[in-house]
Design a binder for this molecule. Sequence first.
Ligand code: SAH
Length: 348
Amino acid sequence: MTNFELTDKLKKNRRLEDHEYAQLLTTLAEKEAEYLYKSAAETAVSVYGKDVYIRGLIEISNYCRNDCYYCGIRRSNRCAERYRLTKEQILECCRRGYELGFRTFVLQGGEDGHFTDRLICDIVSSIKRQHPDCAVTLSLGEKTRASYQAYFDAGADRYLLRHETADPEHYAMLHPEELSCENRKRCLYDLKDIGYQVGCGIMVGSPFQTTEHIIEDLKFMKEFEPHMVGIGPFIPHKDTPFRDKPPGTLKDTLHLLAIIRLMLPNVLLPATTALGTIDLLGREKGIAAGANVIMPNLSPMEAKKKYILYNGKISTGDEAAEAVQNLKKRVSDIGYRVIQARGDHISV
Ligand code: SAH
């Protein structure tokens, strides 16, 4: 089959055979890639229209008990300047974000013991009290089912937890022994079972990643049926063991965004900050390949400068208000519009 036919087949059946995924991932000529992106963008428009949802990202802490080899805020990085936000600071970010039109707040951070379940529940319920029309998304790593349940009962709506790779051996190459692929997946299934809208995802071009791994990731996504998928290129951080590993590419990320959109037509799919970091127009290109979410940073300036997962992260100096104005213009320049809404998953 040609790559045009494979794209049509994926659009129709929402899945492909392994060797067909491999062909689509590795042999696309320029015209074929354009057709794949266009098909994916049309699919997104058929479900969500030309609306792009924005999520206000608040980076609450860069303390982390984990030691993931790729991540700039890993515990053994002595060069990272650590910080954590207070509840008041987080609520202040939400107030500012609300004025700017955000109706989803994403609280992301390292696994920081200072943020006990009680504190997290208190923060979540305070946000929901002050902004009942907003969704709260958490991205705070691996917890027990009881903890996830407590946050949900406190009002959290969504949870982002990239599975990073669906292959246990590859997982072990990216993480120290105490972390396992199995537990990561257990967390995802617990979250879904509790009733969250759940996001999984991977870094594109992470060290040692093969095409076979990516195919496994796609099949895991198909089976898990997440509401959201977060993917962005791996970008090395100078103070990690992967400092000399090559970054993931724009092309591979766009291919994968488009394939994921065709596979899961209703998925909420962000054009990530990492994508905007490896290419100045990365996020626009992501939308043109099927993405429909952007997550601008609402963290206070000091936090933004210290929450460094990888080098070269964009917008570390922007004021949130300015960044949103900019973004609205850039999105409308490509024929889409930024929407002031919670932007929940459309489940059909
Ligand atoms: N502690 C939370 C949040 C992690 S940061 C958790 O465990 O989910 C969010 C995501 O950033 C990670 O899941 C990872 O996929 C991505 N990330 C980390 N380091 C990165 C790097 N060097 N390049 C690109 N993405 C990275």
